[in-house]
Design a protein around this ligand. Structure first.
Ligand SMILES: [Zn+2]
Length: 150
């Protein structure tokens, strides 16, 4: 393997760990829910990702709505949820205005990251390969969501 390429990957990985640690160790003014776990803080305020297939919400099929685990803003309706087979809860449509997006170049990929418009918490990435009329696939960390059944 090319030595410079390896060095670049290694430094990106190392810096992302440093940056994540720094972000969650500082008192983050955006943290509203005092009961967030360290893992939730790492994902929501350190742009982290939970391990695929670990969220019980992957199997949630009831009618209801999905809310931000930090600020409780309503983000998705259960009718927009679908099984993407990725191991993360996936949705083809978000509540209008629920999210803001930015381009994320981490890990050598160009992806669209989205975060809660109300509290700024990171939730996941949105892709253009989803089912449904707008073709979106919101790939959301389950730990960032609270499901409220109807
Ligand atoms: Zn929020």
């Amino acid at each position: 393997m090319n030595k410079r390429f390896f060095l670049k990957i290694f430094s990106t990985f190392f810096l992302s760990i440093l940056f994540t640690k720094r972000l969650i160790s500082v008192e983050n003014p955006n943290i509203i829910n005092p009961n967030l776990t360290d893992e939730q803080k790492r994902i929501m305020f350190g742009d982290g990702t939970e391990r695929a297939g670990t969220s019980p919400l992957n199997f949630e099929k009831r009618k209801g709505s999905y809310h931000c685990a930090n600020c409780n803003a309503k983000l998705f309706e259960s009718v927009s949820k679908f099984d993407s087979g990725t191991g993360w809860p996936s949705f083809n449509e978000a509540i209008p205005g629920a999210f803001k997006t930015k381009v994320d170049y981490s890990f050598g990929m160009k992806r669209i990251e989205y975060h809660c418009a109300k509290c700024g918490a990171h939730h996941g990435h949105v892709f253009n390969d989803g089912p449904g009329p707008n073709g979106k696939r919101y790939c959301n960390n389950g730990l960032c969501l609270i499901f409220i059944p109807d």
